[in-house]
Design a protein around this ligand. Sequence first.
Ligand SMILES: Cc1cc2nc3c(=O)[nH]c(=O)nc-3n(C[C@H](O)[C@H](O)[C@H](O)COP(=O)(O)OP(=O)(O)OC[C@H]3O[C@@H](n4cnc5c(N)ncnc54)[C@H](O)[C@@H]3O)c2cc1C
Length: 341
Amino acid sequence: MRDFAYARAGTAESAVGTLADPGTSVIAGGTELLNWFRLGIAAADNVVDIGGLHELRGIASDGDDLRIGALATLNEIGEHPLVTQAAGALASACLQAASAQIRNRATIGGNVLQRTRCPYFRAEEPLPWPCNKRDPGSGCTSLAGRHERQAIFGWTQDCVAVQPSDPAVALAMLDAQADVLGPAGPRTIPMREFHLTQREAADAGQPMRETRLEPGELITGYRLPASADGQAYVKVRERASYEYAIVSAAAAVRLDPVLPGACGAGRIAAARVALGSVAQRPWRLTLAEAELPGTPLTREALIPVIERAMADAAPLPQNGFKVTMARNAAVRALLAAGGAS
Ligand SMILES: Cc1cc2nc3c(=O)[nH]c(=O)nc-3n(C[C@H](O)[C@H](O)[C@H](O)COP(=O)(O)OP(=O)(O)OC[C@H]3O[C@@H](n4cnc5c(N)ncnc54)[C@H](O)[C@@H]3O)c2cc1C
């Protein structure tokens, strides 16, 4: 690990100013960045701590929106009554991430910028194998090696990694916007477009780019349209805590009002659903969202709708099981969001 200079930012603007130097990195909770330094994934000469910036803190209602500061920790978000009422899928995703200790430190600003858990990428330097993310042009060892946890959508021959964030899946499903401050001033990025698949990045001529955040930009917070729809986040993992998702799904469901005396399952009036850990970005099932209104909220009715929406999945030789697992997670999330489980 290389030595670096450490300073505390006084304002968000001054933090952005320091980022003009490519050798400078901001640090929030430090749960990702310091691991990158230790492994040799990243290095910086200067580290600017944004953790004391009051303007990036807080969770509050802002008209019809919910505003969450970038420095809000995963535990603060998961337990805040405004979030549990208006964005239950996000609260649940935050509380299912990492461990209690890490959630007390990990911020939502840093969370969406965490990088893949691909073991070939996360190896300590000197890197014993090719990895295009670590050494562009060297190749992707996972493609010919182990890839059971990797992408089933949007991957290329250059990289098959997935974005592992839980909260990002809920933010994308809830149509949240990231508020960003950069050298050119403030702007917003829709969270469903924040991350890039390898295919999208390659098409844009930057095959290893992972997000639409520009160098030198700071996330100041997120805005979510408050929603009265039922919500759920389903995370499938190898053990019940302190484990990344194999797949996950976030859903919001509004049911048609049930007529007095009617029996049987309710029908969906509107639904949103996104998958996690299946691509390098949260994967909204937009075809399903268009088809779901009018569908009974039953497992039997939901399965074919989700299967049609996932028909373009392109699993790798070792991860075909993720297609079925993701389908089932989406169905479970929709049922739970609609109150049917
Ligand atoms: C053991 C372990 C288990 C975990 N399990 C899960 C899990 O199950 N699910 C899950 O979703 N996550 C999980 N995480 C990831 C964890 O949630 C993230 O590490 C954390 O949220 C990152 O936030 P941070 O504040 O610590 O970021 P930092 O480490 O401070 O920063 C990470 C990156 O983001 C940048 N950054 C930070 N804040 C901003 C900002 N406001 N604007 C612009 N750039 C910024 C930094 O410069 C750096 O590049 C796990 C982490 C660990 C260590």
